[in-house]
Design a protein around this ligand. Structure first.
Ligand code: NDP
Length: 292
């Protein structure tokens, strides 16, 4: 007897505006093909005023889930049926998962960071210097605290934004980890000298993102020490100035492509229940970034 034919693909995707330059499809679809899954990842331009209709559409089409990017990460929450723990703490969703017909908001940005970090070391008891106070810094700070870091030094140029994140970290996040987290906010004014007790340094600003590839983070490069683990969230180009400086100083380094792939792995696990091959995903991104 002939095998049963099935022409219906499962759908996931990304809602954003603008969205055309978002490369996520280039890492997710190769992973689906490699896994033998007839799934599609659609890059969908959704204007802010169309978000409610787009979420209703995702429900109607039976999407298995979708990523949300700027400007929908916060606005999507009121259209969902529930939130995972870290999305709730961060107040932002980048990955929606259809769990038995309910759309649940998760945040995989910070989880991706933690999973790439854990390939090198255990975050427990370590001191983290976080450069930046936007969405990426928020996600990384929350997940690294949940993973056990003992101290976060927040360094941000705009004081009001830095203080807002400090309030979240000192309040809801510290309560969640049992009050053990030490927090310090440092205004970023001129070249920042890393404290000698820092174990982990993360650039969570947008400095160095293509096309401003030569932009230099205001940091005293000589304060990088070989014992530090240094990470940069910038995925394109993966080898930023900070990544080069940190390698020259003998540090272990995590690049932004590693973090992007790791959060994509978690998204696919949420949607399909299966673990994709991260190297296939990284290759997909390297191919498109090499072409830019
Ligand atoms: P936001 O716009 O929310 O935050 C940007 C941050 O960068 C702010 O803290 C801002 O400081 C700081 N910043 C920007 N320019 C400068 C500068 N010249 N000097 C000092 N500080 C500066 O962006 P996101 O947090 O959403 O994203 C940040 C970066 O993270 C992006 O490049 C994005 O591509 C990357 N990212 C990577 C991911 C990955 O998986 N690899 C996942 C998510 C994001 P201020 O408050 O003073 O303006």
């Amino acid at each position: 007897m002939a095998a049963e034919l099935n022409f219906k693909q499962e759908l996931v995707g990304c809602f954003g505006f603008p969205v055309a330059e978002n490369p996520t499809q280039a890492m997710i679809e190769p992973a689906f093909r490699d896994m033998g899954l007839d799934w599609r990842y659609l890059t969908l331009e959704v204007k802010p005023e169309d978000l409610p209709a787009a979420v209703a559409g995702a429900r109607a089409f039976g999407f298995q889930g979708f990523n949300c990017t700027i400007p929908h990460k916060v606005a999507v929450i009121e259209h969902l049926d529930g939130l995972g723990e870290s999305a709730e703490l961060m107040g932002a969703v980048n990955c929606v998962v259809n769990r038995e017909g309910k759309l649940i908001g998760e945040n995989t940005d910070g989880k991706g960071f933690v999973s790439s970090f854990q390939e090198l070391a255990d975050p427990s008891g370590k001191s983290l210097v976080l450069l930046g106070a936007g969405g990426a810094a928020r996600a990384i700070g929350v997940e690294m605290a949940l993973a056990g870091v003992s101290k976060i030094t927040l360094v941000n140029r705009t004081e009001s934004r830095g203080r807002d994140l400090e309030t979240l970290f000192r309040g809801k996040l510290n309560d969640r980890v049992g009050g053990s987290l030490e927090i310090e906010y440092v205004p970023w004014d001129g070249a920042y000298e890393l404290p000698s007790d820092a174990d982990i340094v993360v650039n969570a600003t947008s400095i160095g993102l293509f096309p401003d590839v030569d932009a230099q983070i205001p940091l005293v490069v000589e304060s990088l020490r070989s014992e530090m683990i240094v990470a940069d969230v910038i995925p394109n180009p993966p080898t930023t100035r900070l990544v080069r400086d940190a390698r020259n100083a003998g540090c272990q380094v995590i690049d932004g492509l590693g973090m992007l792939v790791a959060q994509g792995v978690i998204g696919i696990e949420y949607w399909t229940g299966r673990t994709p091959d991260a190297s296939v995903m990284r290759k997909g991104l390297e191919d498109v970034f090499a072409a830019t």
